[in-house]
Write a protein that binds this ligand. Structure first.
Ligand code: PPS
Length: 240
């Protein structure tokens, strides 16, 4: 995750100088570059985190997974690209994020003014992206799904502190689903949303074998995270 504390409204032609969180004004509406990027491997709970963050009154979350970078190869030439390439890439990225729901001045403005009323200086947007090569990762923070499963409210408190957002009362709107997980609204994990991809859960034996197989990598990962101090919350002991 990454955040910044100010945002600007720029004409589309100045996308080359746009930074995280800036909005570009096009004839069809506003297209904003993300101020927060939510990255994770499959099944890491990124979709769920997006739902929770999007429920914060000061966040504007575009829908779904981005897949903008899937076909792009992050070459050194591209990362050092000139002004024209940069303008083009940022315009395309911002448009791609919001193509289903371009923002109007009104909804960005409304979120901005409620943010100011609440003492937060900006509107924040959230993106869901799996390719970190294009982003400045100088300010990352890691959230473990295991922790989110057991203590989502504590996790969201930490996420909001990290982003500098005023606390939203998630406890007032969350409900437990049939699996006992806390969800916000029609969460992806609720039964109505599940369909043909639903799988029979693995047997305890399969689970135990997988845990055993991955345990050394889990421990290495836990050590790395501790060494780099990346976790938003203190890491939990890893089973196995
Ligand atoms: N509300 C809530 N609270 C805690 N955990 C939750 C919640 N909703 C989904 N999950 C768990 O997230 C895992 C799936 O993540 P995603 O839906 O993001 O997967 S994916 O990235 O879209 O593939 C998946 O983890 P596993 O059960 O370990 O497979 C879900 O159980």
């Amino acid at each position: 995750m990454n955040s910044k504390l100010t945002h600007r409204l720029l004409p589309l032609s100045e996308a080359g100088v746009a930074e995280a969180g800036d909005c570009l004004e096009a004839p069809r509406g506003l297209f904003c570059l993300p101020a927060v990027v939510n990255i994770g491997v499959q099944k890491a709970g990124t979709g769920e985190l997006q739902t929770w963050l999007g429920a914060h009154p000061l966040m504007l979350a575009h829908g779904g997974e981005v897949h903008f970078f899937d076909g792009l190869r992050p070459s050194a030439a591209m990362l050092r690209c000139g002004q024209r390439q940069r303008t083009n890439l940022r315009q395309r990225y911002a448009r791609h994020l919001w193509h289903r729901r371009p923002l109007s001045r009104d909804n960005v403005g409304a979120a901005a003014s409620s943010a100011m009323a609440a003492g937060a200086p900006l509107v924040r947007r959230l993106a869901y992206e799996k390719t970190p090569a294009y982003f400045d990762l100088s300010n990352p923070a890691l959230l473990a799904l295991e922790h989110f499963k057991s203590e989502p409210f504590e996790c969201m408190d930490a996420v909001q502190r990290f982003l500098g957002l005023p606390p939203h009362d998630y406890r007032a709107s969350a409900t437990r689903n049939e699996k006992g997980l806390w969800v916000i609204g029609k969460s992806k994990s609720s039964s109505e949303r599940r369909g043909r991809w639903d799988k029979t859960p693995p047997s305890p034996e399969v689970n135990a074998t997988l845990h055993q197989f991955y345990a050394p990598w889990q421990r290495t990962l836990a050590e790395l995270l501790r060494a780099h101090n990346l976790s938003l919350l203190p890491a939990r002991p890893i089973p196995g």
